[in-house]
Design a protein around this ligand. Sequence first.
Ligand code: GDP
Ligand code: MG
Length: 163
Amino acid sequence: MSNIIAIVGRPNVGKSTLFNRLTESRKAIVDDFSGVTRDRHYGKAEWTDKEFTVIDTGGYVANSEDVFEAAIREQVVIAIEEATVLVFMVDVTTGITDLDDEIASLLRRSKKPVFVVVNKVDNHQLENDATVFYGFGLGEIYTISSMTGSGTGELLDQIITHF
Ligand code: GDP
Ligand code: MG
């Protein structure tokens, strides 16, 4: 079984930005299908001597708040089954939202390693704001900026210890 990182989180936290950074210049190995699969993108990536697959979840198409939340929940449940390591991405600029809490409670039930990744920490001032995410009770938090790449190396160093 190959090594798989699944990036989960509510919309707009920066999942696809991280996915694109990790899989830069590589072709997606699976493209658009129907239903749930259409909302997932798979890419190949590597860090130091380790190769792995990254799954970006999202791109939800829904016509009501309930359907929308159900779609996110479905993506998280599939990710928990499919992934070796889960990256739970949140956004430092918004703090913890209800949807974040809902995803966190699904992830708490998983036996797989979960990395709480606080994105959009574009400068040092924002490091302090990130500490609120320890409140999930999911262990260590990793602050990154998917936009600049800051913190992503330290994150990957830790993730690949599970591969
Ligand atoms: P997704 O819906 O979780 O896949 O989020 P996207 O990757 O589409 O990003 C949502 C928005 O957040 C876009 O406007 C991104 O440019 C922005 N964004 C992503 N990463 C960062 C970051 O590290 N810092 C800042 N300031 N903005 C970011
Ligand atoms: Mg996206």
